[in-house]
Unconditional design. Structure first.
Length: 512
């Protein structure tokens, strides 16, 4: 099979990631490339071709051409191909995880977990026949029936972030193509190889040419997708400023948009909570995947007198986390995606004390023997963090956990609800009444009760509130199906056969 990567003939070693257009790998023609780095070593291992406007147009044209037949393909055909893709994805999950680790840096177990969560949405897409069932009301008036049906949009696009290079695309394209749309993906230029592998597996599963396309690139590619008249909808996951830009620009160009933005997820710990369980949850939720996830717990809100003991337990656990290359089975946390991002994350820790925080753990000086040039940072823990400090206000997107202290449950809820973000939040308590109040009173799209990262399963939808979501639809689940289809209502009235014109005998009694 033709792959989306080639070897640079000038050096003989550098891998080049190209585009996938019309069912095959297409070499970039713009002459513009970006570096892809191994975060564990700091070495540039790959170049990724950046698409020109013409190359984006070629991908959209391929998708539009494929829609002419894919949009009317039977549900059975679509499901059959997706079942084949699911089997191939399962068989190649280790290979995809290795690509993710090599370019993102996360440990292999995290990468495998990412593929598994993407598989959940493929499972949902395989059963799309149930999701696309319409509704029928008969005899709404004499011999009048009304039916509601859902139809695909056409060409849709996905713009995805670096932190989950396989999972987030799979939050989008399986449902989109199952609903009858064709898809153009613009993955992150920092770790693009997983997307090309998914394209190859879709082709191997029998997906018709042009139904799924990948264009790599930067702002040029993004802006062209946002303005292209043949792109009917855009899905996005990333930071809040970019999500706002995506939503504003695509909407101004008449497109349907779901744009998921950033987060500052809180975990409220009540005095009756199991503090060992809460500390375990805080460490895994704050530092897993090096904190580079929009559902990371980045702020623990301790209520009453539990703060000191909770901080002690978190510190004890955090100090034991093994940091190293993602391909080392002993590693529990890998490096950050780039040196620039590492330095930005470190700046929040080095400046924390001057802004009033107590620095309990400072991970900014970490190095890993044998990988000194990697993008390393250790785990940092900040206590008594002021709400007006940079470390609290900003989405750090790294392994930095802030602890805030409040006296009461009401004070904690007010603090959380004052945040401009509303992605996910959690409460740790043994009190069912308190948990019930919390899930109703908190202003966030996803809530966990003794669950630190409440990412919904595939058949429920993922999405936040406030500055964490722009657009009306959450992603995947029922919202995903509705986003990738549009409703149509058909009202029909047929004369009874007994009313056939004179001379036409259909065998029905005339006195009906």
């Amino acid at each position: 099979m033709t792959t989306g990567t080639t070897t640079d003939t000038t050096s003989g070693t550098t891998k080049i990631v190209n585009h996938w257009i019309g069912g095959k790998a297409v070499e970039g023609t713009s002459g513009s490339y970006g570096p892809v780095t191994d975060p564990a070593t700091g070495a540039v291992t790959t170049k990724v071709a950046f698409a020109s406007v013409d190359e984006v147009d070629a991908a959209v044209a391929a998708a539009k051409g494929a829609y002419a037949t894919w949009g009317t393909a039977s549900l059975a055909k679509r499901s059959t191909i997706l079942f084949r893709f699911r089997a191939l994805l399962d068989a190649h999950r280790d290979e995809i995880a290795e690509l993710i680790t090599a370019e993102h840096g996360k440990v292999h177990s995290d990468a495998l977990g990412e593929v598994a969560r993407g598989l959940e949405i493929v499972d949902l897409a395989c059963g799309i026949t149930v999701q696309l069932k319409g509704e029928l009301s008969t005899e709404v008036a004499s011999r009048v029936d009304v039916a509601s049906i859902r139809q695909p949009l056409g060409v849709v696009a996905g713009i995805t972030p670096f932190n989950f290079p396989a999972m987030v695309p799979m939050w989008m394209f399986p449902l989109a193509i199952a609903c009858g749309n064709t898809f153009v993906l613009k993955p992150s230029e920092k770790d693009p190889s997983a997307s090309l592998k998914l394209a190859e597996l879709l082709a191997e599963a029998g997906l018709p040419d042009g139904v799924f396309n990948v264009v790599n690139g930067d702002k040029v590619a993004v802006d062209r997708l946002l303005e292209h008249p043949d792109v009917k909808a855009v899905s996005f996951v990333g930071s809040t400023p970019i999500a706002r830009h995506i939503h504003t620009t695509a909407s101004a160009n008449g497109k349907r948009v779901q744009a998921l933005g950033g987060a500052k997820n809180h975990m409220l710990v009540l005095p009756d909570a199991d503090l060992d369980a809460a500390a375990d949850a805080a460490v895994s939720a704050a530092y897993g995947s090096a904190g580079e996830r929009c559902m990371a717990i980045s702020a623990v809100v301790a209520v009453g007198a539990v703060g000191d003991e909770l901080v002690g337990k978190i510190r004890e656990r955090a100090a034991k986390i093994k940091i190293g290359p993602g391909n080392d089975p002993a590693s529990e946390m890998g490096p950050l995606i780039t040196a620039a991002h590492r330095d930005k994350v470190a700046s929040y820790v080095t400046g924390a004390a001057a802004q009033g925080s107590e620095v309990v753990l400072d991970g900014t000086g970490l190095t890993v023997e044998g990988h000194e040039d990697g993008h390393w940072i250790g785990l940092s823990l900040l206590d008594r963090v002021p709400v007006d400090s940079d470390a609290y206000r900003d989405e750090i997107f790294g392994p930095v956990l802030c602890v805030l202290r409040v006296d009461t449950y009401d004070e904690g809820v007010a603090l959380i609800n004052a945040s401009p973000f509303g992605n996910g939040t959690a409460i740790f308590t043994r009190d069912g009444g308190a948990a019930r109040r919390f899930q109703l009173e908190i202003e966030a799209g996803m809530v966990g009760v003794n669950v630190p990262i409440p990412v919904p399963v595939g058949y429920h939808s993922f999405g936040g509130w406030k500055d964490s979501l722009f657009g009306d639809h959450h992603i995947y689940g029922n919202d995903g199906t509705h986003f990738y289809t549009r409703g149509k209502v058909v009202t029909t009235r047929w004369p009874d056969p007994s009313e056939a014109p004179a001379g036409v005998d259909l065998g029905f009694p005339r006195n009906h």
